[in-house]
Write a protein that binds this ligand. Structure first.
Ligand code: HDL
Ligand code: ZN
Length: 426
């Protein structure tokens, strides 16, 4: 019996409490493409970087005509690209898409005069800020406490920071070892592994297996990676007589088990369906949830962080998570990171899993995006949680502020750190 005086008596007060706590709870953002300032130019921030976000590039081209070629766009400076996008998505049309609205949310939360609609005013307002100041300010506004990076040792610019400049030194940032190349571009991976001193061959020999495991293990240690991550197209079938199954079974899972870290699989991306759009040219596709089922069953002590890109896979994946405690569903990934999908997915996830899910990650590429991606998501997740409490109230079960804090902390932080087998760092 909870102490009666602690229970929140009215539904309206409960809803206010949930909203206040959801909007202010510190968050662990467990998948981003952000970097600490130790990574130099890999850390993207500022007005022009925000506008040339690949989500906005693809949306802007929808308003382009044949005279506005992809080549001409890619030949522009970043400032010219940002001007073009600003006119297409903000001046000539209302910025109502999730990503365009997000840019306006950022301007507003940074305290800029949104009504000026003058891009140069916004640029001017940030012109004298240092990277460190902007990182601190954005983390304060967004109340993101821990940022998981996406760290790719096959990227020469990033590899140089880890090998020659001391890697990450900012305790607010954490590494995730991302190795798509090993799974999806093996011939190229072999060439790169060889150039890095690993005795790998295209043929899956015992020596190659040992050297791939050594590569993964050395980078997990070097980065202090919290998990190993890969993304894959929806045609990922497992198990199969193919390279991916061998790489997963004979290298990636064994190394994750050796280091006691989760294996994150992000499934359902079809890369470069329109190569002219470059990073903006990727597409989602239906995936096979039974591949995840087989992995979870084959490796009952291995933790799997799973997110899928197609809306059509979400309910089945959530049901699967009811069957395997080593499966943690996370985030509303990419094209699902829109208000309607965050609401839909969060509703059936809580209805099927209670609070044993990681409802969101930001996937940010430009630092200030933390502000809008988390503000929009926090509000929706809080509203869905409050609606579930309301059902309880209607049956006489009241909650306390401490219980609301506990549930939100599980959703925004502890489910991730607990899945890692770690206490949430203070
Ligand atoms: O593969 C991934 O991690 C995706 O998130 C891609 O980076 C994608 O381009 C993206 O930025 N999505 O938000
Ligand atoms: Zn991502």
């Amino acid at each position: 019996m909870i102490k009666e005086d602690l229970a929140i008596e009215s539904i309206s007060t409960m809803k206010e409490t949930v909203e206040r706590l959801a909007m202010t709870m510190p968050v662990t953002d467990m998948h981003t493409h952000l970097f600490s300032a130790d990574f130099g130019n890999l850390l993207l921030w500022g007005i022009d970087e925000l506008l040339i976000y690949h989500y906005l590039i693809s949306e802007s081209f929808r308003w382009s005509d044949d005279q506005e070629s992809y080549e001409a766009f890619w030949a522009m400076s970043k400032r010219e690209q940002a001007d073009w996008i600003w006119n297409k998505l903000f001046i000539e049309h209302s910025p109502i898409s999730e990503a365009a609205n997000g840019f306006i949310t950022i301007l507003h939360r940074l305290g800029l005069d949104v009504s000026s609609r003058n891009l140069n005013d916004y640029r001017e307002a940030l012109a004298n800020r240092t990277t460190a100041q902007q990182v601190d300010e954005v983390l304060r506004i967004s109340n993101v406490k821990h940022v998981l990076m996406t760290n790719d040792p096959f990227d020469p610019e990033e590899r140089d920071v880890w090998l020659n400049r001391g890697g990450n030194k900012d305790s607010r940032f954490w590494a995730a070892l991302r190795v798509d190349t090993l799974l999806n571009d093996w011939p190229n991976a072999v060439v790169q592994l060889q150039s890095l001193g690993y005795d790998a061959a295209e043929q899956w020999t015992e020596r190659t297996k040992v050297e791939v495991r050594r590569f993964l293990s050395e980078w997990i240690v070097r980065m202090d990676a919290l998990y190993l991550a890969v993304s894959m197209p929806g045609d990922f079938v497992y198990p199969a007589e193919d390279h991916r199954t061998r790489m997963i079974d004979e290298a990636m899972v064994p190394v994750c088990q050796e280091h006691g870290i989760p294996f994150a699989l992000m499934i359902g991306v079809r890369r470069r369906v329109n190569p002219e759009l470059r990073l903006a040219g990727d597409m989602s596709m239906d995936s096979d949830v039974t591949a995840v089922e087989a992995l979870c069953r084959n490796y009952p002590t291995q933790k799997f962080l799973i997110t899928m890109l197609a809306r059509s896979n979400q309910h089945e994946l959530t049901v699967l998570a009811r069957k395997f405690r080593n499966l943690m569903v996370f985030g509303c990934w990419w094209f699902l990171h829109i208000e309607s999908m965050v609401e839909e997915m969060t509703k059936f996830r809580l209805e099927l899993l209670g609070t044993s899910v990681i409802p969101q990650h930001s996937d940010c590429r430009v630092f200030e995006q933390l502000i809008y991606k988390w503000e929009h998501s926090r509000r929706i997740i809080g509203q869905v949680l409050a609606s579930k409490y309301e059902r309880l109230y209607n049956s006489g079960w009241k909650v306390t502020e401490e219980e609301i804090k506990r549930d939100l902390d599980d959703l925004f932080n502890r489910n991730f750190w607990r899945f890692l087998g770690k206490e949430q760092p203070q």
